[in-house]
Design a protein around this ligand. Sequence first.
Ligand code: HEM
Length: 373
Amino acid sequence: QHISGRPFTRWTLTTYDDTLFVLRDHRFVRELRNALPAEKVPSVPDSIRSLSESQQNTMLFRDPPDHTRLRSLINKAFTPRIIRHLEPRIHDIAKHLLNEFEQGTKLDIVRSFAFPLPVIVIAELLGVPVEDRELFKEWSNAFVRTLDIRPSMETLLHGNQVTIDFREYFRNIVRERTKHPKEDLISELIHVRESGDRLSEDELLDMCILILMAGHETTVNLIANAIYLMTQHPDQQLLLRNHQGLMKSAVEEVLRFESPVQVTGRTVKEDFEYNGQLLSRGDFVNVWISAANRDPKVFNNPDTFDITRQNNRHLAFGQGIHYCLGAPLARQEGAIALSSLINKFSSLNLSTSQVQWIPSLLMRSLKELVIEI
Ligand code: HEM
C-alpha cells in the first residue's frame, strides 16, 4: 500500500526516451528504503533473507553513496585498457574450444562454446577454479531466475539456498587466498578490504557472486544470439565473412536486435509528473531495454538486422550510474567468439528450423542451438 493508502502502481515504459530518462534520473532508485519511510518498507521473510541480503549488498542494487563506493573498488579492473590485455588469452580459449569440434558434426553450440568461453574468462579473472564451471552455471541460473519479473516463491527459496552455497564457496576461497594471495581479482579485493574499512566481508563475498554471475550469464546470450542471428541472416553472415572490419558493429547490432538483458526496474523516490502521468513515491517502473532498442524514432528499420548500422546507440548495457561494468569485456568476448567461429568454419547452419528460448522476461537466452558445421 502507498503512503496515502492507495496501492502502488507498476509502470511499464517501452520507448527509447523513457528508458533513457529513467536510467539517468536520480528520482528513480534501487533501494526501497531510499524511496519509502522505514515503516513502509516490507520486511523480508527469513526463508529468503540470505538472497535478499546478498542482492542488496551489491552495487547493482545500491544507490549512491554506497553504489559509488562499491563500484569504485572494482572499476579499475574492467577499464577498456585492462580488458585489452586479456585479448590473447580469450583468443586462446576460443581456439582451444573450437579445436574440440569436428567438421561435419552436429553440436549444441551453447553448451560447447557460448557457455564455456565467458565462464572460463571470468573464472580466471576472479581466481576461481574453472573446473567448477558446471556448479557456477547451476547457481547462476538459479540466482538470475530470482531477478525475473514476479519470480515464484519456489524460485526465491531455491535462490536463497543457492546464495547460501555460493557465499560458502567464496568464503572458503577468500580464506585460502588471504593466506596465499595470487594475481587475481579476489586477492585484489582482499587487499582492498585489509587496507581500509571500505568493504565488509559480506560485501566482498556478494561482489564475487555478482561478478561471476553477471560476468557470464549475459555474455553467453550475446555469443549464442550472435551465432543464431548469423544462421538466420545468411546475407549478413556472408557480408561479415567478407568484411571482417564489421565485427565490432556486428556485435553492437546483435546487442541491439536480441538484447541479452531485456528489462530492468527502479522505484520512484518522490512524487512527480512525467509525460502527463503522476508517478508516486514507491511506485515501481519497468523499462524495457529490448523495446527501446527497436524504437522506430531512434533506429531506422528497427526490425531489420543490419550489421552495417551506423550510430547504433542501443541501451543493451543500460545507462547512467549502473551502466554495465563489464561492457568492454563482453564486447571483446563477443567479437572474438564470432570471429573465431567464422574463421574456423566455412559455414554455420542450424540443424533444425526451430529453436527454443528459455521462458524468461529478463533474459533473451537460447536453451540450446544445435548447428551443423
Ligand atoms: C550492469 C547488461 C556483461 C557486470 C548491467 C546492466 C545491464 C547489463 C543492462 C544495468 C542494469 C541496470 O541498470 O539495472 C549486460 C550485458 C552483458 C553484460 C548485455 C553481456 C553482453 C557483463 C560482464 C560483467 C558484467 C561480462 C563482468 C564483470 C555488470 C555489473 C553491473 C552490470 C557488475 C552492475 C553495475 C552497477 O550497478 O554499477 N549489465 N552485462 N556485465 N553488469 Fe553487465
